[in-house]
Design a protein around this ligand. Structure first.
Ligand SMILES: [Zn+2]
Length: 207
């Protein structure tokens, strides 16, 4: 997703659960994943290039870092790890075909975006689950508004340029990706709430 959309979704999902300072650090860490240093050689941050398993493993690792950090002095690194986790969890819906597979189950009149199930196990484990491949240089030209239409003429159907649901410009499926990403962010928070002892949860939320 575009960086401002990551920020807006994270605020919407987590705004009432964390102190303002914790929320700002979580958002900054989420945004930082899309910096150039987080783009090159880090398919797992964004579920790019069919890095489905790597992306899922990255989410689990960051959840582990949250726990380990909360057991150590200080709390900053727990917020940073959770920010990274939320970025990858959100990109799952804009960079894979999860939303298309979910909608395929509902031929005819599709359910509305708020009805999307972000963690349908049979889809997350489906052999049909794919993510967009980055094709150089066309996927770079895709990011420049001036050359986007030319790039789209050359990009194959399995490219990031053709598959992504990064912004409302990608059509009606974007709203499903956004709704799923917000729900997934809340789901990840709820998961930690369930496993953290009360005093660590209070430390984490800073409330
Ligand atoms: Zn990303």
């Amino acid at each position: 997703m575009l960086i401002p959309i990551h920020e807006e979704m994270t605020r919407k999902a987590l705004g009432s659960y964390f102190s303002p300072r914790a929320l700002e650090i979580i958002i900054a860490a989420n945004r930082k994943q899309d910096a150039l240093s987080g783009q090159l050689g880090h398919d797992e941050f964004h579920f790019d290039n069919n890095a489905i398993e790597k992306g899922l493993r990255y989410i689990n690792e960051q959840r582990g870092f949250v726990l380990a950090s909360l057991l150590s002095p200080g709390v900053l690194s727990a917020w940073i790890a959770f920010g990274r986790l939320t970025h990858t969890a959100q990109d799952f819906y804009s960079h894979t075909n999860y939303i298309s597979l979910w909608l395929d189950q509902h031929p005819g009149t599709p359910p509305t975006p708020p009805e999307v199930d972000p963690v349908q196990k049979s889809l997350i484990q489906s052999p049909s689950l794919r993510s967009g491949k980055i094709y150089f240089p066309m996927d770079v030209l895709y990011f420049i508004p001036f050359t986007r239409s030319i790039a789209l003429k050359f990009l194959p159907a399995d490219s990031h340029g053709k598959m992504n649901l990064d912004s409302p410009k990608q059509g009606p499926r974007f709203e499903y990706a956004r709704a799923a990403a917000v729900k997934r962010t809340q789901y990840e928070f709820d998961l930690l709430k369930k496993i953290l002892p009360a005093e660590l949860f209070a430390k984490f939320t800073d409330m």
